[in-house]
Design a protein around this ligand. Sequence first.
Ligand SMILES: NC(=O)c1ccc[n+]([C@@H]2O[C@H](COP(=O)([O-])OP(=O)(O)OC[C@H]3O[C@@H](n4cnc5c(N)ncnc54)[C@H](OP(=O)(O)O)[C@@H]3O)[C@@H](O)[C@H]2O)c1
Length: 317
Amino acid sequence: MKAIVQHEDKLVVEEVAAPEISSGEVLVKVHAAGVNRADLLQSKGHYPVPAGASPILGLECAGVIEDPGDTGRSRGERVACLLTGGGYAEYVAVPEGQLLPIPEGFSFIEAASIVEVACTVWSNIGMLAGLEKGDTFLVHGGAGGIGTFAIQMGKSLGATVAVTAGSAEKLETCRQLGADILINYRKEDFAEVLRNRADVILDIIGAKYLPQNVKALAPDGHMVTIGLQGGVKGELNLGLLLAKRGTISATALRGRDVADKARIVASTVDNIWPLLENSQIRTQIDRTLPLRDAGGALRALEEGTVTGKIVLEVLGE
Ligand SMILES: NC(=O)c1ccc[n+]([C@@H]2O[C@H](COP(=O)([O-])OP(=O)(O)OC[C@H]3O[C@@H](n4cnc5c(N)ncnc54)[C@H](OP(=O)(O)O)[C@@H]3O)[C@@H](O)[C@H]2O)c1
C-alpha cells in the first residue's frame, strides 16, 4: 500500500506493507485522514509512538471496511476511526471499539476531520469536567482544531464561552462559531478579564498559563490540561487552588488502552453525533490536501496559518 514515510525532515509517499489485523480488529481502506498537532510533534521527534502502535502518522480517518476479520462487521461499511497511529496510509488496522458511524450527511472528509477533536473535547469537558448549562467555559486557542469544536460544544451545552486567540481574524471566526467573550492573548491578559469566573478551562498551553489559569478559575472550577505548547514545568499556587476548591486534571487520549478508548468513543457517539447530525456543531475544515502534501499540511500547522482542521485525501493517491 502507499503510505507517508519520513526521511529526516521530509515526508514522502512510498510503498510499504499493508497492516495485518489481529482478533477484534478490522482493516479499513482509508478515504480521508485528519491532521493533528500531535502528528507535527511526532514528525519532529517530540511525541514517542505508544508501544505496539503503527509508526505511520495519523490519529483519525474515515473510509470503508475492507476486511471485517472476526468482528462480525460488514465489508463495505462506511466508518470513521479513532487511531493510535497509521492514518496517513491507504489501509489501517482498527480495533472495533474505535470505529464510529459516519454522521448522517457527512462526507469522508468531514468525518475524518471530527473524530479526534470530538473524542478529546467530549471526554475531557463533558465526561471529566462535567460542563453544565450556565457555566463559563474558557477555551484556549479557540480558532484551532480543538478550539473550533470546543466553542460549539460549549454553546450547545448552554455555557458562556470565552476564548483566547492570536489575531482579530481568528477571534472573528470564534465569534461566528458562538464564542461570547473574545480575548486576543497577544494584547490582553485573559486572567484579568476572567478572574474567578471560569468554571471549566480547556488548556492547551500548560506551564506558561498555569498561574493565570488558576487566577481565572471560578470557585469549584475544573481546569483540564490537554496540551503543553507553553512548557511542562510551572509554578502552582496551591493556596489559591485550595481556597477556590479547584481541580486540575491532565489527560492524553492517544496513550489510553483499547477498552478505555472504546468507552470514550461510545460516549462521544451517544452525546456528540446527534449534535453533528442536527448541525448544532459543524465541521471547520480550513483546507483539504492530497496525501502527498502531508509535509505541507504539518508546515501550515507549525506556521499558525490554519483555522480549524486540515484533512488529507487518501483515496486515489
Ligand atoms: N491530550 C490530548 O488527548 C490531546 C488531543 C488532541 C489535541 N491535543 C493538544 O491540543 C492542542 C491543540 O490541538 P489542535 O489540533 O487544535 O492544534 P492546532 O489546530 O494547531 O491549534 C493550536 C492552537 O494553539 C493556539 N495557541 C498558540 N499559542 C497560544 C497562546 N499563547 N495562547 C492561547 N492559544 C495559543 C493557537 O492559536 P492562534 O492560532 O490563534 O495563535 C491555535 O489555535 C495541541 O497542543 C494538541 O497537542 C491534546
